[in-house]
Design a protein around this ligand. Structure first.
Ligand SMILES: [Zn+2]
Length: 248
């Protein structure tokens, strides 16, 4: 594929507020890492049962039914992407930040020992659950690094954090600093998206977004790489500086 044939550094951990977020926004990264034999895990803080299941509510389903349905869909989607998923069932709309929930996320960090962390951006005026998830993920990452923090496992290193693209990026202070070429796994991402019929309106939206980000990727990569016309991409922001010996 692209300019970068290097392998992923180690386990990838995605912290997702709701059951669908990781699929739309990081499904390509997940499928790409998994296709290279890297362990990929999703920690899903809620099912999106209240805020992102409008169709099920309109169909007259009850809360427990909706949670079970969203659990099944997200499990299927993460399976398609080649990832493990666990649900902390912390509730949504609102997803409440608490020390107890952060501690549960710390335990995930210590167990999974990720080399790469992916989560929501820190601003989203449309959906406070998303920044809440991001704040808790970031706090858990820092606590998991502390030798003195009481949780099983070894202290965490300093895995880089990538913030995935929110639904309305301009409103969330999102700038595409990293464009990830997901062309070779895009069909897998599309199949994962199709596991979520409750949010069918998102399938084409995120296909078109991947196409647009793909055009931008090619523009930034320059013509010499000969990237195909149909390059598909996902955009990310970096939270911490890139550490490198070579500027590239
Ligand atoms: Zn969400």
């Amino acid at each position: 594929m692209s300019q970068d044939a290097e392998a992923w550094d180690g386990p990838v951990l995605v912290v997702s507020a709701h059951a669908g977020d990781f699929v739309w926004r990081a499904g390509g990264a997940m499928a790409l890492a998994a296709s290279q034999g890297t362990a990929v895990s999703v920690v899903c803080l809620s099912f999106g049962e209240r805020g992102e299941s409008a169709r099920a509510w309109r169909d007259g389903k009850k809360l427990d039914e909706i949670k079970a349905m969203r659990r099944e869909e997200a499990t299927k989607a993460s399976g398609v992407l080649g990832a493990q998923i666990e649900f902390l069932d912390a509730g949504d709309y609102p997803l409440r930040e608490s020390d107890v929930l952060v501690d549960r996320i710390v335990q995930c960090f210590r167990r999974i020992n990720p080399a790469v962390v992916i989560t929501h951006p820190l601003a989203d005026p449309y959906n406070p659950d998303h920044p809440s998830a991001a704040r808790m993920a970031l706090q858990a990452r820092v606590l998991a690094q502390a030798a003195g923090y009481d949780a099983p496992g070894e202290p965490l290193g300093a895995p880089p954090v990538f913030l995935f693209e929110p639904h309305q990026p301009e409103q969330c202070d999102f700038k595409p600093q990293v464009l990830l070429d997901i062309t070779e796994v895009f069909d897998t991402k599309r199949r994962a998206m199709e596991c979520l019929p409750a949010q069918q309106h998102m399938w084409d939206y995120y296909t078109e977004l991947a196409r647009r980000r793909g055009v931008q990727l090619r523009r930034n990569a320059g013509p010499n790489l000969g990237l195909p016309h149909d390059t598909m991409a996902e955009a990310y922001m970096r939270l911490y500086p890139q550490v490198t010996r070579v500027l590239r």
